[in-house]
Ligand binder design. Structure first.
Ligand code: PMP
Length: 285
């Protein structure tokens, strides 16, 4: 049975879950969103996701018409009603309906939407054998133009990079920032293992502050590993011992080839596997 969608406090069947064509979310990508995982009927790190949503909204001068507590309740209610034990939640807030002009002051009724669904996972084989990715020419949005820390409804930057990656035969694409440093993939953060330590680009490399990224950094520190956020180049990726990606949907996925170059011995490395294992333990406890 298709899942019911929560819009502004009402539940709708999927075919009736609609918003207007004048909504600035559609007209201009004017809105924010979150993607979260449900494990055992509960959202993993719900509070962190809601805080990021509120920060994204604040950064674009969008006032979310309900409180953070009400949003948490809406998410939990939608999961409960749909009887979902394991899955994915998409949370959206649009600017609302306005005129065909840009003026946000002429919009009203922001749409708050909660969609739950089954999770579309990467095939199991990717976790066992590792992914091949490629760096693409589409750079991450310049942080001074539009901060990549905002999880906005306009993902064109990432979509263009994804298309380039797909054209090169890869399911994920690695994006650089305006300085030519490693930023992140189209929907995942990136980590390297080198000299026994974990390395990942800092937030000011122009990336989304991934919640899975933060969890993995905590897990690595708990395991006694040194974790460093530092500017990284393609060279650092090519000579790394291990590489992996993190994201709510992908969780922790090993990378074994970048730009046709083998990473480490071409198989998911021991630290990646250890962190993947720990991540499974904390999410499925
Ligand atoms: N970077 C980008 C561009 C993303 O869209 C996402 C989320 N899909 C991530 C990183 C990973 O973030 P999180 O771990 O919070 O899902």
């Amino acid at each position: 049975m298709p899942f019911k969608v929560w819009i502004n406090g009402q539940l709708y069947d999927r075919e009736n879950a609609k918003i207007g064509v004048y909504d600035h979310g559609l007209l201009y990508g004017d809105g924010v969103f979150e993607g979260m995982r449900i494990y055992g009927g509960k959202v993993f790190r719900l509070q962190e996701h809601l805080e990021r949503l509120w920060h994204s909204a604040k950064a674009i001068w969008l006032e979310i018409p309900i409180s953070l507590g009400e949003m948490a309740e809406a998410v939990n209610q939608t999961i409960r009603i749909n009887g979902l034990e394991d899955g994915y939640v998409r949370l959206l807030v649009t600017r609302g309906a306005g005129t065909l002009g840009l003026d946000p002051n002429r919009t009203s009724d922001p749409q708050v939407i909660v969609i739950v669904d089954h999770i579309e996972l990467y095939p199991k084989e990717y976790y066992r054998k590792g992914l091949e990715i490629v760096t693409v020419s589409t750079i991450r949005n310049h942080p001074a133009a539009l901060s990549p820390r905002i999880k906005s409804l306009n993902y064109l930057n990432n979509i263009l990079a994804k298309i380039e990656g797909q054209q090169a035969g890869c399911v994920e694409a690695l994006m650089l920032n305006h300085k030519g440093e490693i930023a992140e993939c189209t929907g995942d953060n990136i980590f390297l293992v080198a000299d026994g330590e974990l390395r990942t680009p800092p937030i000011d490399a122009g990336i989304l502050e991934g919640i899975t990224r933060a969890v993995v950094m905590e897990l690595a520190e708990e395991a006694g590993m040194r974790v460093r956020e530092l500017p990284l180049t393609k060279h650092d990726v090519y000579i790394a011992d291990e590489c992996f990606l993190t994201g709510s949907a992908a969780e922790v996925v090993p990378v074994v080839k970048v730009d046709s170059r083998q990473i480490g011995n071409g198989r998911p490395g021991p630290i990646t596997q250890q962190l993947l294992q720990r991540f499974h333990e904390v999410t499925r406890q």
